[in-house]
Design a binder for this molecule. Structure first.
Ligand SMILES: [Zn+2]
Length: 455
């Protein structure tokens, strides 16, 4: 009888109904990245950063909507120590396995975890955040610098500094409150929600990102910065932060941020965010520039090409975000093509010439851009150069620049602040142009060998 009662119990009362959320969203390259069963709508991240010790104490309040009845759910977190967790204000049991945290609640809040319900989870954590080495050997996550630290998150690094649903398919709004020693600045995405406040020798910065953001585009730069705020046409806030050591060498390019944003808006459609800018660190602080939302990060003074590239990502990648990491070329192809367009219009180098150079470059033919062989290849040359060639072939197929740019603008409008896949893109282009472009996709996007240049 006892046994029978025990078996009956979960069905009628006591136990938590629902199923565990999946521990990953089956990304083709990072299967454990992200988590199933819920959609995050908002992150409130609060951090206290000690740059001397390279330690932080933090909490994240995640507001999410359940997409299934949940008995438990996962968050991604690499390193750090979880001090406590609650779900809907009730203590939650936390289990850790690798980069997966599982939060299990009790029956008192199970109603809040039913499909369609919104719930809040809070995780408090501390420790020394770690630098993550990617499959391609580049470094991301938490990067210590001489005067502080820099957090970069493509493709998985944001799990090094806050627990969350770290797959690009789950975008959310953010509030980031960061406290640092007085004299240092904490720069992040979005806009300052108010002037920084100082208490007992520590200064707090509050950053607000209203538009949805994939977590790989979140950034935090702590250090000494020369900052500048202005407003450009359309009421867009321009906030730049430049390490004083590279301020002079960066000044000319950084001053052109509004010009580049306006020029790209003419080609790609209205700028998708309420803020823009740049974060310029010293060359040794990161191995690459990154299109962090609103405010790309540059290691050392950027050239115009790099500024144009990272800013183009605000449309291609940040606003229209890949559905999975296989769709990376949808970021890098158009961003590289933006460089070709800039060269064409500002430097008298026709895009045809950039295309020919890319065509001759053996590195572009290692694999098809829409199907990198492994996680180590998603940031390799074909994703960029051959991705841009795909865009150029579409321009040739359309054979009318006004129509071609209308096509790009329509794409950024259709998926503004959302996610899109390669299949969405090819279907969209065929629908809009009324052309069967299967030959183009087969040869340039998926083909393993180099087609004829005019093929
Ligand atoms: Zn890029």
């Amino acid at each position: 009888m006892l046994l029978a009662l025990a078996l009956l119990a979960p069905a009628c009362s006591g136990g938590v109904a629902g199923k565990p959320g999946a521990s990953g969203v089956r990304d083709p390259y990072f299967p454990k990245l992200g988590n199933g069963g819920y959609d995050v709508t908002h992150y409130a991240v609060t951090l206290d950063v000690d740059p001397d010790e390279q330690r932080l104490r933090g909490s994240v309040e995640i507001t999410a909507r359940a997409t299934q009845d949940l008995s438990s759910f996962n968050l991604d977190l690499a390193g750090l120590t979880v001090d406590s967790a609650t779900v809907e204000g009730r203590p939650a049991a936390v289990n850790r396995a690798g980069d997966e945290l599982t939060l299990r609640t009790d029956a008192k809040v199970e109603d809040r975890l039913r499909r369609g319900e919104t719930f809040r989870a809070v995780v408090r954590y501390s420790g020394s955040p770690k630098t993550i080495t990617d499959p391609d050997e580049s470094e991301e996550g938490w990067l210590p610098t001489d005067d502080g630290a820099l957090a970069l998150g493509e493709p998985t690094g944001s799990m090094a500094w806050f627990p969350g649903n770290h797959h690009p398919s789950d975008k959310a709004a953010y509030d980031l409150t960061v406290t640092v020693p007085k004299g240092l600045t904490a720069v992040s995405n979005g806009v300052l929600a108010g002037p920084p406040t100082t208490e007992k020798g520590r200064t707090t910065f509050r950053w607000h990102t209203a538009e949805p953001m994939a977590s790989y585009l979140a950034t935090l730069a702590v250090g000494r910065f020369d900052t500048k705020t202005s407003t450009m046409a359309g009421g867009i806030t321009v906030f730049t932060a430049v390490d004083p050591e590279v301020a002079k060498a960066s000044a000319r390019t950084v001053a052109r941020v509004p010009e580049v944003v306006a020029w790209e808006a003419e080609h790609f459609g209205p700028y998708p965010f309420s803020a823009t800018g740049a974060i310029v660190e010293r060359e040794q602080d990161a191995g690459y520039a990154l299109e962090t939302q609103n405010r790309p990060v540059f290691p050392g003074p950027p050239g115009m090409e790099t500024l144009v590239h990272e800013m183009a990502h605000q449309w291609f990648g940040d606003s229209v975000t890949p559905e999975s990491w296989r769709d990376m070329w949808l970021n890098e192809g158009p961003a590289t093509y933006a460089e070709w367009l800039w060269a064409e219009e500002k430097e008298d180098t026709p895009a045809d010439e950039s295309f020919d150079d890319a065509y001759e470059d053996e590195d572009n033919w290692a694999f098809p851009p829409a199907d990198p062989p492994s996680a180590a290849d998603i940031s390799e040359q074909p994703v960029y150069g051959r991705g841009a060639m795909v865009i150029h072939k579409i321009r040739e197929a359309v054979d009318d620049d006004e129509e071609f740019f209308a096509l790009l603008k329509g794409w950024t409008k259709a998926h503004r602040h959302g996610n899109a896949s390669t299949a969405d893109f090819t279907a969209y282009v065929e629908e809009e142009t009324g052309q069967d472009l299967s030959g183009l996709w087969k040869a340039w996007l998926y083909g393993r060998s180099r087609p004829a240049a005019d093929g």
